[in-house]
Design a protein around this ligand. Structure first.
Ligand SMILES: Nc1ncnc2c1ncn2[C@@H]1O[C@H](COP(=O)(O)OP(=O)(O)OP(=O)(O)O)[C@@H](O)[C@H]1O
Ligand SMILES: [Mg+2]
Length: 326
C-alpha cells in the first residue's frame, strides 16, 4: 500500500454570515496517496477553493472548519493555529492559486519573492545559496533567461510566465503535497498544455501527491488518477478516473461529461448544463441536483440521497436514478 499523504474526513467548512451559517463544504471525505493526482471538478461556487483553503489553513473570516478533520501523513492539522501550520505550509504542502496576478506581490521582484520561501523554510542557507536556489527553481519551471527574470517585477512577465513563477514559489521547498487551484484557467490553450505538462513532469520527478482543481473535465482527463465530483458543497461521485469516465453514475457527472466537446467533432456551441446550482445558504430538501436533472421525479425532493458504493474505489450519492440504470 502506498503512503497516504492527505486525508479529509467528513469536513465541514462554514461561513457565519449575518444571513445565517453557510456550509460551503458540507461533509466531504477523500484521501490522496503519494505520487497520485486527485482531480476535483465541479461548477463555480461548489466549494473547490474553500476545501483547499481549509486544508492550507488559509480560510478568511467569517469562514471556519466546523466539523470533521484533516490529516497530513496521519497527523491532525485541521485544529492547528496559524504559527503551527507554518511548519506544514510551504515546507510540506504548497498551493498554486487561481489568480497568478493577485497571488504575486506586484512591487517585489520575482526573485526576491522566491527567495522569501527559502529564507522562511531553510534558514541555514547563505544569501548566495538562496539566490542560486531561486534561479535554479526558475530554470526548473522552464522560465528562459532565469538570471534576468530573477530581477523582473511580476508585470514584466506574461501570464504564462507569472504562473510558472508561482509554481516555482510553490515548489521551492519540495512539498510532498501540492494543491493546484485552476492553475491554467487564466491562460491560453497552448500555455495551458505547457503548464499541465510541467506540473506532471515535476510530480513524476518529486513524487508529490497533487490535488488538482478545475471546472474542466477535459483537463482532468489528462492529469487525474482519481476524481472527486463536487456539487453544492458536497461530493456527488468519486472514483478512479477510469471509473468516472467509463461508468459515471450521478446524473450530474453525466451532464458534466456531456459538456466536453468530443475530439474530432465540430463544435458550434458547447453544451452546458441548464439551470443553476441551488443556494448553499438555503438548501432545498432531497437531491441538490433535482431542479436541473432530466430524470427527476417527485421522489427526488423527498428522499435524501445516500452515499453508495459501486466498487471499493467508486462511490456516488445515490439519487433515485443513476446513469448506470438507464
Ligand atoms: N467570504 C465568504 N462569505 C460567505 N460565503 C462564502 C465566502 N467565500 C465563499 N463562500 C461560499 O462558498 C462557496 C464555495 O466557494 P468556492 O470559492 O470554494 O467555489 P469554487 O468551487 O472554488 O468556485 P470557482 O470555480 O468559481 O473557483 C460559494 O458559493 C459561497 O457560497
Ligand atoms: Mg475556486
Amino acid at each position: 500500500m502506498s503512503e497516504t499523504i492527505l486525508e479529509v474526513k467528513n469536513l465541514r467548512t462554514t461561513f457565519r454570515t449575518k444571513a445565517g451559517d453557510v456550509h460551503a463544504v458540507d461533509g466531504i471525505s477523500y484521501s490522496i496517496t503519494k505520487g497520485r493526482t486527485l482531480g476535483i471538478v465541479g461548477e463555480s461556487g461548489c466549494g473547490k477553493s474553500v476545501t483547499s483553503f481549509s486544508i492550507m489553513g488559509l480560510l478568511e473570516n467569517p469562514g471556519e472548519i466546523t466539523g470533521g478533520e484533516i490529516l497530513f501523513k496521519g497527523e491532525k492539522i485541521s485544529h492547528l493555529k496559524d504559527e503551527q501550520l507554518l511548519k506544514y505550509r510551504g515546507q510540506h504542502m504548497a498551493m498554486i492559486f487561481q489568480e497568478p496576478m493577485t497571488a504575486l506581490n506586484p512591487v517585489i521582484r520575482i526573485g526576491e519573492q522566491i527567495n522569501e520561501q527559502f529564507i522562511k523554510h531553510r534558514p541555514h542557507l547563505s544569501s548566495k545559496e538562496v539566490k542560486e536556489h531561486s534561479i535554479e527553481m526558475l530554470n526548473l519551471v522552464g522560465i528562459p533567461s532565469p538570471e534576468e527574470r530573477y530581477k523582473s517585477y511580476p508585470h514584466q512577465l506574461s501570464g504564462g510566465m507569472r504562473q510558472r513563477a508561482l509554481i516555482a514559489m510553490a515548489l521551492s521547498c519540495d512539498p510532498e503535497f501540492l494543491i493546484a487551484d485552476e492553475p491554467t484557467t487564466a491562460l491560453d490553450v497552448t500555455i495551458q498544455a505547457q503548464i499541465l505538462d510541467l506540473i506532471q513532469d515535476l510530480q513524476n520527478r518529486l513524487g508529490m501527491a497533487v490535488q488538482f482543481i478545475t471546472h474542466d473535465l477535459g483537463v482532468i482527463s489528462e492529469v487525474a488518477d482519481d476524481i472527486l465530483v463536487m456539487y453544492a458543497g458536497r461530493v456527488c461521485e468519486q472514483g478512479s478516473a477510469d471509473e468516472i469516465f467509463k461508468k459515471p453514475s450521478h446524473p450530474y457527472t453525466h451532464a458534466l461529461l456531456n459538456s466536453i466537446p468530443k475530439l474530432g467533432h465540430k463544435v458550434h456551441r458547447l453544451p452546458t448544463i441548464e439551470g443553476t446550482v441551488p443556494s448553499i445558504a438555503n438548501r432545498p430538501s432531497g437531491c441538490q441536483f433535482k431542479n436541473r436533472c432530466e430524470f427527476a421525479t417527485d421522489i427526488c425532493g423527498e428522499k435524501q440521497p445516500e452515499f453508495t458504493e459501486i466498487s471499493s474505489t467508486h462511490k456516488w450519492l445515490a439519487t433515485t436514478l443513476g446513469a448506470r440504470d438507464r
